[in-house]
Design a protein around this ligand. Structure first.
Ligand SMILES: [Mn+2]
Length: 258
């Protein structure tokens, strides 16, 4: 009564409570990943601490679902888009512009994103609204899927070859939009895709995603190669920037947010 409740009975109860907590943690841990648990078989205080740490790592591994779906309707376009940043490259794309579909499928495949896009755009006018608005919506979806950007690499870059074309792409998921685009095309269009729209598309993404995006054509002659190189390079750089890095415990910024 006067000994702070530390009766032999209570002490035993506490012991069993702690033991059960420890066992549950171990059970959860084992259920999560069937890996080497031999190191957990010795019941010492040190081991309990190790298990607690493992449990915390385990919780970090149970990541947020990085999927976003956005629907946007204006008088010019009607768009529904879903992206999963942790996908496998599956794409289901129908924009009404064959070459644009080809580019978006390349983007999904090489970034290992799952992407579904359906667009009813005013193609009777031209391809402008359709391509620009998909850029806006894709950027919004990327931003939404990224969430708080905790534990991601933030930066990604590549110099990607496609035959004679060589494309540099560098990304900072800084939250600050900025596009630097350096590309020269010799034809007005590839299929029904106007080459002027390449820059517009990436501009729209960088602004709606809050992304610093550099795309630079280092060489290239064939517009199909140059544009496809840009979409693939963007995909690879974005994949790298969105990858989780276990060493990054919070967001990769001295400000504390991105
Ligand atoms: Mn191609």
């Amino acid at each position: 009564m006067e000994n702070n409740g530390n009766t032999p009975e209570n002490t035993q109860k506490k012991y069993y409570n702690n033991r059960n907590k420890y066992r549950n943690k171990r059970k959860n841990y084992r259920g999560y990943q069937k890996v080497n648990t031999r190191s957990l078989d010795v019941n010492t205080e040190e081991t309990t601490e190790a298990v607690t740490q493992e449990a915390s790592v385990m919780m970090q591994n149970v990541r947020q679902d990085r999927t976003a779906t956005i629907a946007r309707t204006t008088s010019e376009t009607d768009i529904k888009l879903t992206i999963n940043l942790d996908g496998t490259g599956e794409a289901d794309v129908d924009t009404g512009i064959g070459f644009f579909d080809h580019m978006l499928k390349s983007f999904a495949k090489h970034g290992l994103f799952d992407l579904s896009v359906t667009v009813h755009g005013d193609l009777i006018v031209d391809c402008h609204h359709t391509i620009e608005d998909v850029g806006i919506v894709l950027g919004e979806a990327i931003k939404q899927a990224l969430g708080d950007k905790k534990s991601i690499r933030r930066y990604g870059d590549i110099i990607l070859p496609m035959d004679e074309a060589l494309i540099l792409c560098a990304i900072d998921l800084s939250g600050r939009p900025y596009l630097v685009f350096d590309g020269q095309f010799t034809s007005d269009s590839v299929g029904y895709f106007d080459t002027q729209m390449v820059k517009e598309f990436f501009y729209a993404i960088s602004y709606s995603a809050g992304m610093n995006l550099h795309i630079k054509q280092m060489s290239g002659e064939n517009d199909h190669h140059i544009i496809e190189g840009m979409f693939k390079a963007f995909a690879k750089a974005l994949d790298e920037a969105t990858l989780y890095d276990e060493r990054i415990k919070s967001v990769l910024s001295t400000k504390g947010s991105l």
